[in-house]
Design a protein around this ligand. Structure first.
Ligand code: 6GU
Length: 269
């Protein structure tokens, strides 16, 4: 997979040389190219921003450098990339989108600073290319570079050959499959006793059926606690009889449409 990033802070992308993504690059699985947007400015001060039309606070990134930078990046490769534009006003970046993007041969990221990029840049390139404006969560960051690090890591670990074995992401929180839409429960390793705390007995039992059931219950418990919205939107067909018993103990009841809901606190009989 080829990844291009156009930024005014190339050094912000240095972490892409480290750990999983760095190793994928070294192994030739990822071809990452970082470009300095200011290389496509023409004035002495390498200006990339200007005041917003219509007034208001902050600055807006000028369209000309972005246009020339993207023209050059597009001309440097074969075929058409997906252009990923990080912005807090984008669609949510999800595991599903990470999976979809991991199947594309070429991605171009355009992290912005200030109040964002002149709208005409996205309109111009969206007329010819698949342009995705994407947010990594409901909070505002000072720029799109950290979101690019987040998205590239989520995408790169899904590429064939990047993680050790093909099973590595089977039980991930949000992975498609039997644990879809549940958070992962706790994990343990040796020693079996640490500071007076034992590893749960079931995990040492060697009983694979009981272990799978325990993990499933822990996932339900954790999801109920941290992300009740995920339980509420779950297809109830995903819950077996034992799941339903566990959910009932956690205060969840199936509603008229079969989906699970929970009585507000203090409303339990
Ligand atoms: Cl993609 N960019 C910025 N600047 N802030 C964000 C974001 C992106 N996603 C959440 N907050």
């Amino acid at each position: 997979m080829r990844l291009d990033v156009v930024t005014i802070f190339p050094e912000y992308l240095e972490p892409l040389n480290v750990s999983l993504v760095g190793k994928a690059r070294a192994a030739g699985l990822l071809d990452v190219r970082i470009h300095d947007l200011r290389a496509w400015t023409r004035d002495r001060h390498h200006t990339v921003d200007d005041t917003p039309y219509g007034g208001g606070p902050g600055m807006v990134m000028k369209p000309e450098p972005w246009g020339e930078a993207l023209d050059a990046v597009l001309a440097s490769g074969e075929g058409e990339p997906v252009v990923v534009v990080p912005t807090p006003s984008g669609r949510p970046f999800t595991q599903r989108l990470a999976g979809e993007l991991s199947e594309r041969p070429w991605l171009v990221f355009t992290p912005a600073r200030y109040e964002g990029i002149d709208r005409r840049v996205m309109d111009e390139f969206a007329a010819r290319l698949d342009v995705r404006e994407v947010s990594i969560g409901d909070y505002v960051l000072a720029g799109g570079e950290a979101p690019v690090l987040v998205m590239v890591e989520a995408i790169a670990r899904l590429l064939p050959g990047v993680l050790g074995n093909a099973d590595s992401h089977r039980d991930d929180s949000f992975a498609p499959g039997p644990m879809a839409d549940l958070l992962e429960g706790p994990v343990y390793t040796k020693p079996p006793q640490w500071r007076g705390r034992d590893v749960p007995e079931v995990l040492i039992s060697g009983h694979h059926g009981r272990i799978a059931r325990w993990r499933r219950d822990q996932a339900l418990l954790r999801t109920s606690l941290h992300r009740p919205d995920l339980i509420a939107r779950c297809d109830p067909a995903a819950f077996d009889r034992h799941d339903r018993a566990t959910l009932a103990e956690l205060g969840w009841r199936p509603g008229p449409d079969g989906r699970f809901g929970r009585a507000p606190d203090g409303m339990e009989e």
